[in-house]
Design a binder for this molecule. Structure first.
Ligand SMILES: Nc1ncnc2c1ncn2[C@@H]1O[C@H](COP(=O)(O)OP(=O)(O)OP(=O)(O)O)[C@@H](O)[C@H]1O
Ligand SMILES: [Mg+2]
Length: 278
């Protein structure tokens, strides 16, 4: 049997005329093979959930909400791990570089992996990441982050990745946080720090997420200004314009606590939640 694959090799004038011989066994439609034991075993594998947490700005509650989501996952019996791939402002504690965000995510999750995986770029200087990296003499490279994410995902059922700053914060000369979310290809959860000015920040972020063909899985209204005027009206305005479910309204807490924040978050509003165990 001969089949013309329609491939013309312009460097080889003989190639267009040459028929391509394919053994009949590869051409005839075969019935689908029986599922192998490996495929059948999928039913007993854990389901997976991963998301990328971004925010309208720095210091608006990304870590708080990431930890709250991790806590909910853990409470539901899921093996959950937080990842803060780039942390600026690490301090040496007992011979180990530590960062507050990374510590909080670790406290909220129940899968504990080496910091070299959960925070491949632990920077000492408290500054914008590309500046902190330059001062520390390193270049933030997406490759070790993606490799570390794959290891974390393999060891957990759920991974919550906290971005750094806002969505377009540069990580190096050619790569920013949005690019990282796109390379990881994770659904994005947007934390809106409820304060004056947040509507435009939120909508610009939504545009940037959608422009990268990422799924905007949901958003959280996190009240960081205890005296925000017209809070309800602001949330309504956002809900009318953000094409994703509101996962929760977290009130201002005099004593901030991720477990308390978790009681205001409804992961059930995520599309396709809970994931079906097949
Ligand atoms: N709902 C809230 N009520 C009161 N305080 C809050 C609330 N959410 C966050 N905070 C506090 O606001 C500060 C910033 O929160 P958080 O560290 O989560 O922000 P972030 O966006 O992760 O910041 P960064 O950009 O530095 O990672 C923290 O001190 C946190 O405890
Ligand atoms: Mg943080």
């Amino acid at each position: 049997m001969t089949i013309d694959l329609g491939i013309n090799n312009l460097n080889d004038p003989i190639a267009p005329e040459a028929p391509v011989l394919i053994p009949p066994a590869l051409v005839d439609e075969e019935p689908a093979p029986e599922a192998s034991p490996v495929i059948q075993a999928v039913g007993s594998l854990p389901w997976r959930f991963s998301c990328f947490i971004t925010g309208t700005d720095t210091e608006i509650g990304k870590t708080m909400i990431s930890a709250a989501i991790l806590h909910q996952l853990v409470e539901s019996g899921v093996r959950a791990c937080g990842m803060k791939p780039i942390a600026a402002g690490a301090e040496m504690v007992e011979g180990e570089l530590r960062n507050e965000d990374a510590d909080q995510l670790r406290a909220a999750g129940n899968v504990h992996l080496p910091a070299s995986l959960t925070t491949p770029f632990m920077l000492r200087t408290p500054a914008a990441p590309h500046i902190a990296a330059a001062i520390d003499g390193v270049t933030i490279d997406p490759v070790p982050i993606i490799a570390a994410y794959a290891e974390i995902a393999a060891a957990s059922d759920a991974v919550v990745v906290e971005g750094v700053g806002g969505f377009r914060v540069p990580l190096n000369d050619y790569f920013d946080t949005a690019d990282l979310a796109a390379q990881l290809n994770l659904p994005v959860v947007l934390v809106v720090g409820m304060r004056l000015g947040c509507i435009s920040h939120a909508l610009l972020t939504v545009e940037a997420v959608i422009a990268r063909n990422l799924v905007l899985a949901g958003w959280v209204a996190n009240q960081i200004d205890p005296d925000m005027a017209y809070l309800d009206e602001n949330i309504e305005a956002l809900a009318a314009r953000i094409p994703a479910p509101l996962l929760g309204r977290v009130p201002f807490m005099d004593t901030p606590d991720f477990k308390a924040a978790a009681t205001h978050i409804n992961l059930g509003a995520l599309p396709g939640w809970p994931p079906v165990r097949t």
